[in-house]
Design a protein around this ligand. Structure first.
Ligand code: TMP
Length: 240
């Protein structure tokens, strides 16, 4: 599949057109960012690790019946995906309190809430992706209530599948962020990526953080942590 003009350049990925108007190429770079681009670095081979991790996770989700934009991996840093219209919402699912929620509400990181928590943020770089609620999302014209219900149902299903997957490799799925998009025929599918850049993954035995918090918090050994996630997933997910 030939790569054509660039469609979009994000913080860690570039999107290219292909000769098929329904397919795009996603290229994973080695850039690492935190705090809305205030902290920037390059972590050698992170792009390769995240491409492989996200590809494995999306393949696994597809095996479990979740509809996604993912088609196949086509190189160390590249994957072919269906072109979708991204819904400008970041949907965050939290199984354990950590990060911004711990900070905002004065809660201890690692606390297990009695229920799964869903947050939504408005994807808007100029505003710093602010936390919003369902009514804001509808009033802003981003989605309807009905679409939100479908999005929450999919996020919940994804959470169940991934909790069970990570449990098998001795990892707690603390939280993660997902994005959704519309296919040309109007179906909502999971898009973007799921990797240690977009989730919190703690070793169950030691609570060691194996995700982007190592970069945010200057903990070092980032590549090793991402490599560990990939190695553990490769043990349990069969490549298609
Ligand atoms: P938070 O603690 O910063 O709210 O993040 C919750 C989870 O969502 C964490 O796993 C990181 C992920 N996330 C992203 O990947 N991108 C984002 O822009 C945000 C706000 C969160």
């Amino acid at each position: 599949m030939q790569q054509r003009e660039i469609l979009y350049e994000g913080k860690t990925k570039q999107l290219f057109q292909t000769e098929d108007p329904e397919l795009i190429l996603i290229h994973y770079m080695d850039t690492a960012t935190a705090f809305n681009n205030i902290k920037l670095a390059t972590i050698e081979n992170k792009g390769i690790l995240n491409n492989k991790i996200s590809s494995l996770v999306f393949e696994y989700l597809a095996q479990k019946g979740i509809r996604t934009h993912y088609v196949k991996m086509v190189g160390d840093r590249d994957q072919l995906c269906r072109r979708v219209r991204i819904i400008p919402l970041e949907v965050i699912v939290r199984n354990v309190i950590a990060g911004s929620m711990a900070h905002r509400l004065g809660l201890e990181e690692g606390t297990k809430p009695s229920n799964v928590i869903f947050d939504i943020c408005y994807k808007n770089d100029d505003l710093g992706d602010p936390l919003i609620n369902d009514h804001h999302a509808v009033a802003l014209g981003l989605v309807s209530y009905d679409e939100l219900n479908r999005i929450y149902a999919m996020a919940s299903e994804i959470n169940h599948v991934l909790i069970e997957l990570f449990d098998r490799v001795n990892i707690t799925l603390v939280d993660f962020k997902v994005e959704f998009g519309y296919t040309p025929d109007g179906e909502i599918v999971l898009a973007d990526e799921i990797s240690p850049d977009t989730s919190r993954l703690w070793d169950k035995g030691t609570n060691e953080r194996l995700d982007r918090d190592r970069f945010r918090r200057d903990m070092g050994r980032i590549r090793e942590a991402y490599g560990e996630i990939l190695a553990r997933l490769e043990r349990v997910i069969e490549k298609q």
